[in-house]
Ligand binder design. Sequence first.
Ligand code: GTP
Length: 523
Amino acid sequence: MTSRKQPSSFSLLSSPLGRSIAISGCLLILAVILMNGWSLRDSWQLSVNAARETAVNLALSQARQAEDTFLQTEISLREIQRNIQQRPPGEVNADELSRIMREQRSRLPQLHGLFYYDPSGRWIAWSTGRSPAGVNNSDREYFAYHRLNGHNNIHIGPVIHSRSTGELVIPVSLRLNDRAGGFAGILLATVRVDYFRQFYNYYELDDKDVLVLMLADSTVLYARPMPDSYIGRNLSSSHLFQQMLMKSDRGSGEWNAALDGLPRVFGFVRSERYPLVVAAGFDKTSLRENWLKSRLQDVILNAVLLAIMLAVGIWILRQVRINIRNQHELAHLRDELTTINHTLQSMAMIDGLTGLANRRQFDLFLRDSLKRAFRSGKPVSLVMIDIDFFKQYNDAYGHVAGDQCLENVSAALRGMSLRGIGLTARYGGEEFALILPETSADEALAIAWRAVRAVRSHHIPHATTTIPARIVTISAGCATLFSTNQEDDMKKLKQLADDALYTAKRKGRNQAATAGKAIDAGS
Ligand SMILES: Nc1nc2c(ncn2[C@@H]2O[C@H](COP(=O)(O)OP(=O)(O)OP(=O)(O)O)[C@@H](O)[C@H]2O)c(=O)[nH]1
């Protein structure tokens, strides 16, 4: 029985179909990942852009609010300035002025107080009740500023602690001139830092979002939600002052805040009216967290879609793998069947004992040779061979030895060269045949004799033969025919060769005989 070989292991990628499905699947998944990545990147960028826009708008509204606050303050100061300057020098009524100041202050919630100092810094009039005893304000920054600068502009200074209440205030001051244009004192309005604190708290911002009000020289006036220790800090080395404000009075960008080093999306505005800068910054980390939260559903859906695609892809590849394996097995089975068929075919043509062509093959080959001979016009010779006294051999040595003898005789005949065009066959029993296409009668007889000698040369002992050498011998009869392509050509040739064999037997065996010259089968 033929042992069934397993088909050799195969890789899915070695098949064109498997390869194309795997590559298409990978490309598809890659495309989905890229598209999602692209869309997420876009969405994040949009969210950052929106935050920048909001930050600029917020900064604008804060700047406008700060301008309004300081404008109202300026108007109050100018009104008082007019009041003082309308009177002749030395005729300022301090009590009346203080009353006017209190009235002004009560109108403006941002105001902490209004003050009038003479050129030496002495308190002349004020809105905040009693003056602290023996206090002189000539040491203040705004005092020095106005003493040095003769212009009539409003000056906003860095945050200070009020000497009257201790509160944090932003000083807004105006120089007073005498008729000759000399320094005649200062009018001061103090704006409460708490006013901005309160105002900035109206906005619903995250803990780490910032709103910063600064002087144009980068000094912090108020920074939400930083503690008061941040007030007065100088941010001149910050990205805002080093880069952004150099290029534009308003805008947006992303940078690490100089206040605490955190990355933020900023919008900023420089006031046109006053030396003020406002910046609004959204914390980038919370911005990203909020953005992620808003995209979470999409991300999960896409991840699920991707997982499904992956699972379907794997399932398809498995099916393809099974399919290809089945095809491989079928191909392998087909090959095995073809091999078995070939074996069966050759078995049907081969004699099982001797391995020579069997009777069936003999008939086919002879018929085919005669057909070809008809076309070529060349003769076909047939040598019929019979072992001499084989019955006696069997009787003397038994059938098993008889079979062995048949094999030995076959080997002797197989060893003969038939020029590659002849066929050696076991005709049946102890009879053999040589079909010799394109062979003349003389050549056939010579070959028949060679066969006789070949068997003899094997010296197979045969005690009961009448041949004096007491070895196995054969008799051979040959005949030659020019084919007429008729059905009975075969029969005729066999008959002639048989007759010649009979002649050889009759003449004493151990020899070859011929039917004579090649005959025309038609004769
Ligand atoms: N062992 C064995 N014997 C076979 C086989 N086929 C035929 N025989 C024997 O061959 C013998 C042929 O005997 P015969 O036809 O009387 O011829 P012979 O004894 O050779 O005598 P001659 O042909 O006149 O020389 C028979 O005894 C058959 O049994 C075979 O396959 N094996």
